[in-house]
Design a protein around this ligand. Structure first.
Ligand SMILES: Nc1ncnc2c1ncn2[C@@H]1O[C@H](COP(=O)(O)OP(=O)(O)O)[C@@H](O)[C@H]1O
Ligand SMILES: [Mg+2]
Length: 276
């Protein structure tokens, strides 16, 4: 098992008192593709970031269990975390603009990411960078390697980001809304790329999105989050048999060509779903 999370809780101090953002999440993750779905603010990003211990400094985090590959992340030193973060677990975010260094070329950043872990020389690192750019299906790796982040389109930036994350050959890739900032066609390409690389390298994937159909298309299993809790866990193949009204709501909002509805349903919410 790559990750084991039991009763994870994250809360923040506010002038009005503590605000709980993640309220007792449990899941396990093997070498599989796990989706996390839920509306904005439901605690998806915090849950994923807890696994890398990348939470805001003022956040209070507790868990009965928080493990990556048997390592207890609750009391791991910052130094030991750096050997996991970026090396054994890669993180792809929505916007490559904030993750890429604006004053370094794409090629130099990928080369640096590889050299930091593999420790090879400059020439070897550049060769690896070109190979990784080709693996993320960039047609002219040599040209793109010489570009700065502001010279890259959204889709290209995301490909460079993915190449950089693959450089240390991680065991788990966390993709947090990786395509939300992209046009639909580019988003589909990037998603197919992620899916393909994950399968070919035998990595585990945690794919976070508010888009249930998209996630169920890529993943084996989906956790549906609502207000800091997992309200349902379903095998992607069984999604149409989902029980929880919130999950059914997420599905019911979809337009269907086979069975057109006069009007699309709006998503109803029940405060009781967030109760303990
Ligand atoms: N730095 C922070 N300070 C205070 N509250 C935060 C912070 N980050 C997140 N939160 C709270 O946690 C909730 C869940 O955040 P997040 O995990 O980012 O949601 P999601 O990724 O599902 O959109 C947010 O709605 C917000 O109320
Ligand atoms: Mg988020």
């Amino acid at each position: 098992m790559l990750a084991r999370v039991e009763n994870l809780r994250v809360r923040f101090p506010t002038p009005q008192g503590w605000v709980a953002a993640v309220r007792g999440i449990s899941f396990t993750l093997g070498r599989e593709k796990l989706g996390i779905v839920g509306e904005s603010g439901s605690g998806k990003s915090l849950t994923a970031r807890a696994l890398m211990r990348l939470l805001p400094r003022h956040a209070e985090i507790t868990a009965n269990r928080l493990e990556f590959d048997g390592i207890d992340l609750r009391d791991t030193s910052e130094r030991a975390m750096r050997a996991i973060r970026g090396k054994r677990v890669g993180l792809i975010l929505q916007d490559p603009k904030y993750a890429l260094n604006p004053v370094m070329t794409a090629g130099a950043q990928i080369a640096e990411a590889w050299a930091a872990h593999a420790g090879g020389g400059r020439r070897a690192a550049l060769r690896v960078a070109l190979d990784l750019l080709a693996q993320v299906r960039i047609r002219d790796p040599r040209h793109v390697a010489g570009l700065y982040p502001h010279e890259l389109s959204g889709g290209m930036g995301q490909r460079v980001m993915i190449a950089m994350m693959l450089a240390p050959d991680p065991e788990l890739l966390i993709a947090d809304e990786p395509t939300s900032a992209l046009d639909a066609t580019v988003a589909a390409e990037i998603l197919r790329l992620i899916e393909d690389l994950v399968s070919r390298r035998g990595m585990a994937l945690m794919l976070i999105s508010h888009d249930l159909p998209l996630v169920s298309h890529v993943c084996d299993r989906v956790l549906v989050m609502y207000a800091g809790r997992v309200v349902e866990e379903v095998a992607a193949a069984d999604l149409t048999r989902a029980q929880h009204p919130y999950t059914r709501g997420l599905l019911g909002c979809l337009p269907s060509l086979a069975k057109p509805k006069p009007m699309l349903a709006t998503l109803a919410r029940d405060p009781a779903w967030g109760e303990p």
